[in-house]
Ligand binder design. Structure first.
Ligand code: GTP
Ligand code: K
Ligand code: MG
Length: 432
């Protein structure tokens, strides 16, 4: 993959649409505008142009916008064609671009990759952008926008800069090793700065779980066969996602439905009915359902028989839900009582689920860590930092500070240690 190539792609969703945007990035972007539109418009002015085939045949009339480098999304010359979203138009425009020499279709994520390479955004912001495009609920959107505005990447860079300051102190202490007092003073300062940093990092690690908001809370629908689990899922989803039949043991594979619970995301999972069975396939389906229930955030135990309660699910919160209320006598069961047929009780249950999801996830909205990758890097960094603080040998302390800085650098994608050296030489080469 050459960053020298000029790349192009349809940047809006494929398929028939009112408007479609084709984006071109690279050295030849303005030439692409000339080829299609006769000339390249002035920078950053949306200009209405007729777009033509090589033969001169008109493809469309649309807006052409030219963003000269470095003030563009990728930091390279970028041209955007805002077209009518008809398939034949897109095929024609893409066809012209593809046959220009030096232009090629972009690979997945290549525009963002170029933006990162040009320093337009760091790695964690690129992840946040991906999350923003994937966001399905308000809370996910807010979380992604926070990440896009800096979030964990900016924080990690700030910590890393402080670590490099501490490292510079230790390096200076090594230089001054003949003058004991100066050396010890510098090491003490580096250790106390490191301790303060470690406390801050541990606070962020201990904050509520941002990953869970990103992925959604997991709610497992479990219960005996024929309780109406799949029918309930279909009622909640508002569409026929799961097979529901009078045959006990219908569901085998787990079926997932994304729910927006008042802005908070959850995955509702339909599972095989729990029972003793000699069918090995069904037994495996039940085993998997049980494992998933044990790891879930919440289990809805659906049963139309109050005598069949939930098994021990390793401490997972379980709500008992009595199904088929339309068939029950007037003073049937306590707890949630629903009917997927009449709709009775479902709004109440969903309301309770919303309140539960909000309580579970509201703190995660402002959590800085949104991915396991961030958590791993931060854990590595705190490990090295702890080691650095405990070490008396300045050389070993320096090495661990360097490793901690490097681990933090992974979060935003800055892993070079060149600037550590720059800083040291710039500030501490006293009289050398
Ligand atoms: N009267 C009534 N029947 C229902 C209700 N919900 C489900 N049923 C019926 O109960 C039967 C079983 O429904 P399913 O949704 O397949 O039950 P399940 O719990 O998914 O069953 P398995 O996947 O086999 O474990 C079907 O015939 C449904 O039409 C309800 O609220 N009222
Ligand atoms: K069934
Ligand atoms: Mg089912």
């Amino acid at each position: 993959m050459m960053t020298d190539d000029t790349i192009f792609a349809l940047s809006t969703a494929p398929g028939r649409a009112g408007v479609a945007v084709v984006r071109v990035s690279g050295r030849l972007a303005s030439e692409a505008a000339v080829q299609l539109a006769g000339q390249c418009p002035p920078p950053r002015v949306a200009t209405l142009r007729t777009l033509r085939e090589f033969s001169g045949e008109v493809l469309d009339r649309g807006l052409v916008i030219y963003f000269p480098r470095p003030n563009s999304f990728t930091g390279q010359d970028v041209v955007e064609f805002h077209l009518h979203g008809g398939r034949a138009i897109l095929k024609g425009v893409i066809g012209v671009l593809a046959s220009m020499s030096g232009l090629r279709p972009a690979e997945a994520g290549e525009f963002v990759r170029r933006a990162v390479e040009a320093g337009k955004m760091d790695l964690s912001e690129a992840e946040a952008l991906a999350d923003l495009l994937d966001s399905e609920t308000g809370a996910q959107r807010r979380q992604a926008l926070q990440g896009l505005g800096g979030g964990i990447g900016r924080k990690a860079d700030h910590w890393r800069a402080m670590l490099i300051d501490a490292l510079a102190l230790v390096e200076a202490a090594i230089d001054f090793s003949e003058e004991e007092d100066i050396g010890t003073g510098l090491i003490d300062r580096a250790a106390s700065d490191s301790r303060a940093l470690l406390r801050e990092m541990n606070l962020v690690l201990a904050a509520p779980d941002g990953e869970r908001l990103r992925d959604g809370a997991t709610i497992i629908v479990a219960g005996p066969p024929n309780a109406g689990k799949s029918t309930f899922i279909n009622a909640v989803a508002g569409r026929d996602v799961a097979l529901a039949t009078p045959h006990a043991g219908t569901t085998r594979d787990m079926i997932e439905v994304m729910l927006d619970l008042g802005g908070y995301p959850a995955v509702l999972v339909d599972t095989a009915g729990f029972r003793e069975t000699s069918d090995p396939v069904e037994r495996e389906a039940i085993r998997r359902a049980r494992l998933r229930a044990e790891k879930a955030d919440l289990v809805l135990w659906l049963s139309d028989d109050a005598a069949i309660g939930p098994p021990d699910l390793g401490g997972t919160t379980v709500w008992q839900v009595h199904t088929k209320a339309d068939l029950l006598g007037p003073d049937a069961a306590a707890g949630f009582v629903i009917s997927a047929v009449s709709g009775h009780g479902i709004p109440d249950l969903l309301g309770a689920m919303e309140a539960w999801a909000k309580k579970l996830l509201v703190g995660a909205e402002s959590a800085l860590i949104t991915r396991a990758r961030h958590r791993d890097a931060l854990r590595d960094a705190t490990g090295y930092l702890e080691a650095a603080i405990d070490l008396v040998e300045p050389e070993l302390m320096a090495e661990n500070l360097r490793l901690a800085a490097r681990a933090l650098g992974r979060i935003s994608g800055r892993v070079d240690v060149e600037d550590v050296l720059d800083k040291i030489f710039g500030q501490f080469c006293i009289g050398k």
